[in-house]
Design a protein around this ligand. Sequence first.
Ligand code: ZN
Length: 150
Amino acid sequence: MSLRDLYQDVIVDHSKHPRNFHKLSQASSQGEGYNPLCGDKVVIYVKLDHGKVEDLSFEGSGCAISTASASLLTECLKSKKVSDVEVLFKKFHSLVTGEVAEELEKEPVLGKLAVFEGVQEFPARVKCATLAWHTLKSALKNNHEVVTTE
Ligand code: ZN
């Protein structure tokens, strides 16, 4: 099995069986995002504790890429520092847009989130892949605005 097939399998798995797909009753903040190009909608719930993401979850509906991205995001960012989340978002964004990512191997590493590398071949799907991240960023700011990818 090629790495590409493996990546594809992870994305399909997460889109069919999203992890942390529920409302977080003890959320300290939440963000709402919408990608009008594709119709993807996502709500991200975060529970912060001393600058750390203690727990997070999501709800919403959208295409396979947006669902898998939100699912993997909630799985991979649990117990990460808020400052690390910002670095990871930059790295993730570079990865899916195919921009030269600086120091991808440096901590914090993307790990499983790297499965979205193939998105760079489909520029129209970048917004699907990053919607959950933009929404999480808004949740961390707690600004109560609906984020759109436009
Ligand atoms: Zn989409």
